[in-house]
Design a protein around this ligand. Sequence first.
Ligand code: COA
Length: 251
Amino acid sequence: MTDHILIERQGAVQIIRMNRPDKKNALTRAMYAKMSAALVEGDADPAVRVHVFLGVPGAFSAGNDLADFLVVATGGEGGNEVWDFLMALAKAEKPMVSGVDGIAVGIGTTLNLHCDLTFATPRTLFRTPFVDLGLVPEAGSSLLAPQILGRQGAFALLGLGEGFSAERAKSAGLIYEVVAGDALEGAVLAAADEIAAKPPQALKIARDLMRGSREDLIARIKVESEHFHERLKSDEARAALTAFMTRKKAS
Ligand code: COA
């Protein structure tokens, strides 16, 4: 299980790699827990100056494991792992860079709203089908997406669940750069090295100023989470999740 998230240090760069290729990097509770611990420990370690998120070829992440959602939808216990990860993202003290190739669904998209630089490849597709699943936006995306994309772009992403290609994401301001697939990790690590070489205290103050109020972000994540947990138990969500989990068995 633990190797579904690989943590690596390259100089002052901490790499958090999602590594569950057979499930397109759908995130389980254990995976969230390991990513949270890495962010918290990396923030506390002066040897780390930047966090990097990577996936596997073709899959950054297919989002939360829908089997875990279905557990909650059918009356089971969901745990605190997702909440802890969202808090670790919102409270992260050091810059975060992501490299996205291929599928980026749900938290696979909204995680990037917390990153300071995101690189993606031409085959990347960002998508957040929360409403289609009977759910609501999470991870502070209902606050961050309108800031980044404007109200109408945010509605297209979060309300309509439209896919955003890498090019569309770049022109909408969702990501920093589109690079070829075989150049992705090099570009991400070069940017991370550049960040790591900056005076850390000045960079921290500059970053905090640009990001605005963490309290507002955390408050929004809390409100979203309350709705999300209510919605998970709704008939709409239960039907959508069951349809996904049984779609292959039926065919
Ligand atoms: N949770 C659990 N399992 C998932 C998953 C998820 N979010 N996303 C993909 N998987 C699993 C599939 O069930 C499949 O497992 P199997 O081989 O045991 O049947 C495997 O990963 C590969 O997925 P598959 O659907 O065959 O790949 P694809 O390339 O055709 O499609 C997606 C990829 C991501 C478009 C599609 O799997 C999908 O829509 N997943 C759900 C995404 C989602 O709604 N996430 C939650 C957002 S809130």
